[in-house]
Design a protein around this ligand. Sequence first.
Ligand code: MEV
Length: 308
Amino acid sequence: MRESTGEAVGKIILMGEHAVVYNMPAIALPFPQAKIITRVYEKRGPVKIMSDLYKGDLLGAPDRLSGLTILISKVMMDFNQPLMDLSIEFKSEIPPERGMGSSAAVAASVVRALFAYFQQPLSEAILLSYVDFAEKINHGNPSGLDARITVLEQPLMFIKGRGFTSINLNLNGYLIAADTGIKGKTKEAVAHVQNRLAKQPDDFYDIKRIGMLVNLALTTIEQQELDQLGALMNENHTLLKTLGVSHPLLDEFCQVALDHGAIGAKLTGGGMGGVMIALAKNLITAKNIASALKQAGAAKIWIHQLED
Ligand code: MEV
């Protein structure tokens, strides 16, 4: 049977989410512990999707999957292929709608799988343009950060409209990521910030302040000053909370992490649910934080060593 696969990884935004939509810098890293594998194989009949969120004909998929279904239709159209005789199966370890870049990773993995299936060469630039296309449908006004992390798979400092610089995140520390189990709402959260800025232009000060924190964070990363980086993450979280994109459980998780030795903690991604990240100096502390977060009700926890 003719078949092919494509993979893509999730992402963690270390600092700068939301402000990045307004051309401030953000720092993000690929998260290979959470990845997605898409398998495309020959099957008679209309194109089918098999995923945890939906199983059935591509054309009958619910609206919330329209970024994905329109993307698949576009790739098939670009290859002059009818929407027939394919089944597309998704196996994901990236929890959906948690701010871990699931939608961009789904898009990257399916484009990789389809290009392999139709034996077409795929450049980074073409892949990026397809993922950006899907992300615009998914999130309305995306910065493009998620797309770049999942395509390039390296820690990046990104500024919308200006591009990215790869950074060395080889720090002597650990990131703990904890899923609240509550679906984040990136599209709503981005729209919420946009409405807020329209009504209260003074809040743009918070966006600029986040941009400043990210620039300071770049220096602390370069100088391996973990304590200062943690303090900047805390302040970043406070500003995101002020902008209205946190959630009581994210705030609680941050406090639990700090109470158990974290040197910084914040929401990551779109917020309004989703995932919290905390920074720890060593593995013992990271494990203590992880078990406290488990007790506090985290749906899933990852420990990620920053040092290579
Ligand atoms: C979502 O992962 C990150 C946001 O900054 C939106 C974006 O960058 O498009 C909230």
